[in-house]
Design a protein around this ligand. Structure first.
Ligand code: ADP
Ligand code: MG
Length: 427
């Protein structure tokens, strides 16, 4: 089977596409083009709502928006190449949270929600109407965060069009301002789109740095940029979009959250991060903590969260401490072990993997990957594999063949070079 490689659009290609859509839909010219990346998480899964750590990178795959303000109106007109049909029209004064009269249905909620949230957060007042055209090479629903890419492309456009001055530029980003924009995008997704997600996706899209992974502390929102230039090490981070339908995701996600919160209450701590810190600090052991939990489901979930937070610390230390450079000396095998251990923990203790995710991971490892794991929330979505750059083709073929033999739809592949955060695009 030939492997289906999903290329990332460069500035010129993305801008040309979205300008073309704008010109075919609205009158006049856009004031500019902005873009924001999807993301892939290297390690630290299901840790965000436990006050933990995660380590995403911004993908080279981005969502592009061409936009113009329509001062004197509060009218949003929205069109997307991924959502065929006439433009959506929404009055900003009519927008409200899910379950209220202002509920916005479908994809337009991700856009309208951003403007609503900027006003609700007090970051903007009386925003003007906008005409917005959207086009994207971030696959939607693949666990690569096309939703945050859309929100964050819109938020940097509005930041500039409405003169909020919070984002800075891609070359000179204002991180504190971007953290506030990210918080508004999270509110848009939670309250207007109705998706109960944590803050990793928006932080990655707005606060990542090219050539680096983003170490995000989900308790206080602090970030550190960890060098991760794989090309100098002759390596590549290969993403497989299994294209498997998400099953039972909503109830399962909420259930995992509840069990973690219940376990934290039982242990007398504000969150499981506190437990992870105590274990890593040598104040207690994981076995001692687990012995205080009677329920086997709770024990397994806690074991995943605590060890996963440890794995983020370990992986970052291994990247930083290798004297030969990140992944150039002894650290390569250690990082591979960490990725593999994360997958096993998500599969066996957290029980969020799926047959397709397990198959993609096994096939990549069998074809020589240095570690592979499911990434994102699970039950479908994507996997990552650390591969020698000159073996990437063989790994994609092996994974595609394994899917073919299992009678599954062909997966998609992306090269995940750590790329720029959201900002204005030239062209
Ligand atoms: P993920 O973020 O993992 O891709 P989500 O379910 O969170 O998956 O978000 C996918 C949804 O986001 C889509 O169903 C659509 O409503 C919206 N979306 C994402 N990208 C676009 C786009 N380019 N145009 C229109 N809507 C989009
Ligand atoms: Mg999403």
């Amino acid at each position: 089977m030939t492997a289906d490689l999903l290329p990332a659009w460069d500035d010129a290609a993305g801008a040309a596409r979205v300008r073309h859509l704008f010109a075919g839909t609205f009158e006049g010219e856009p004031e500019g083009v902005w873009a924001a990346p999807g993301r892939v998480n290297v390690v630290g899964e299901h840790t965000d709502y436990n006050g933990g750590l995660c380590l995403p990178v911004a993908l080279p795959h981005r969502t592009f928006v061409a936009a113009v303000a329509r001062p004197g109106t509060r009218r949003l007109r929205l069109v997307s190449a991924q959502e065929p049909g006439p433009p959506r029209e929404i009055d900003l004064d009519d927008v409200g949270p899910v379950g209220t009269a202002g509920e916005v249905h479908g994809w337009a909620a991700y856009v309208a929600g951003v403007l609503w949230a900027l006003e609700a957060e007090g970051l903007a007042a009386g925003l003007p109407g906008l005409d917005v055209a959207v086009d994207s090479c971030v696959p939607a629903g693949a666990g690569l965060s096309s939703s945050a890419a859309l929100e964050c492309a819109v938020v940097v456009a509005v930041d500039e069009l409405a003169g909020l001055g919070l984002a800075g530029s891609v070359d000179a980003p204002d991180d504190a301002g971007r953290a506030r924009l990210a918080a508004a995008c999270v509110r848009a997704e939670n309250e207007i789109a109705g998706a109960p997600t944590g803050g990793m996706d928006q932080a990655a899209a707005l606060r990542a740095r090219a050539g680096h992974a983003l170490l995000l502390d989900c308790r206080d929102g602090q970030v550190e940029h960890v060098p991760l230039d794989l090309t100098v090490s002759g390596l590549e981070l290969l993403v497989t979009d299994t294209r498997a339908e998400h099953r039972l995701v909503d109830g399962q996600y909420a259930r995992r959250r509840e069990v973690c919160e219940e376990a934290a209450r039982r242990l007398g701590v504000p969150d499981l991060r506190t437990v992870a810190d105590a274990v890593m600090g040598g104040e207690t052991t994981l076995d001692e903590v687990l012995s205080r939990l009677a329920d086997s489901e709770e024990r397994a979930r806690v074991r995943h969260v605590v060890t996963e937070i440890e794995r983020v610390r370990l992986l970052v230390a291994r990247l930083r401490d290798d004297p030969a450079g990140p992944l150039r000396g002894w650290s390569l095998n250690r990082v591979a072990e960490t990725l593999d251990a994360s997958h096993e923990s998500l599969r066996d203790d957290y029980e969020v993997s799926s047959p397709e995710l397990d198959l993609a991971v096994a096939a990549a490892r069998g074809a020589g990957a240095h570690g592979a794991r499911m990434t994102g929330g699970g039950f479908g979505g994507s996997t990552i594999a650390l591969v020698e750059a000159d073996a990437a083709g063989a790994v994609t073929t092996a994974v595609a063949d394994a899917f073919g033999r299992a009678g599954l739809a062909a997966p998609g592949f992306l090269h995940a070079t750590a790329s720029d955060p959201a900002g204005r695009v030239r062209g």
